[in-house]
Design a protein. Structure first.
Length: 145
């Protein structure tokens, strides 16, 4: 608890206030990723240096994925929680071992990395769940920790 408190202090994590210009939205370009390649329920992978990040494609440029995040431990304000997770929030979430399932755009999910579709389910004689069922279950878990 004391260690977490000191980490928050060092990170200058502002939980209740927004910085200047936070209300102004940057205009984002059209999707960098070709969404026609993905179908609802696909298991997506983004290879990272030390791990592979997984998510379920929900359609309409949305991905459900598990993301370390410290902020839900301190607030229930969904507007703040749903903002893009900063590196500080991510690292503090890892240290505190807290994470939640959230929905982000493909761009935010991939964070500049390459997105691969995991076709491992095709290696088995019968599919465990249909794509639509996978996506439906992922949507039901959004916000779970």
């Amino acid at each position: 608890s004391l260690l977490l408190e000191k980490l928050l202090l060092l990170a200058n994590l502002k939980l209740c206030s927004e910085g200047p210009g936070a209300a102004e939205e940057e205009e984002k370009p059209a999707s960098y990723y070709d969404t026609t390649y993905f179908k609802r329920g696909d298991l997506l992978e983004v290879p990272r240096t030390l791990f592979v990040h997984f998510g379920i494609y929900l359609g309409d440029n949305r991905v459900a994925h598990l993301m370390p995040d410290i902020l839900p431990a301190f607030t229930d304000d969904q507007r703040q929680i749903q903002q893009v997770v900063t590196n500080k929030r991510l690292i503090l979430g890892v240290l505190a071992r807290t994470a939640r399932i959230r929905v982000d755009t493909l761009e935010d999910f991939a964070y500049g990395g390459s997105i691969l579709v995991n076709h491992m389910d095709q290696a088995f004689p019968s599919q465990a769940l249909r794509d639509e069922e996978v996506a439906r279950r992922a949507e039901k878990l959004v916000g779970a920790t």
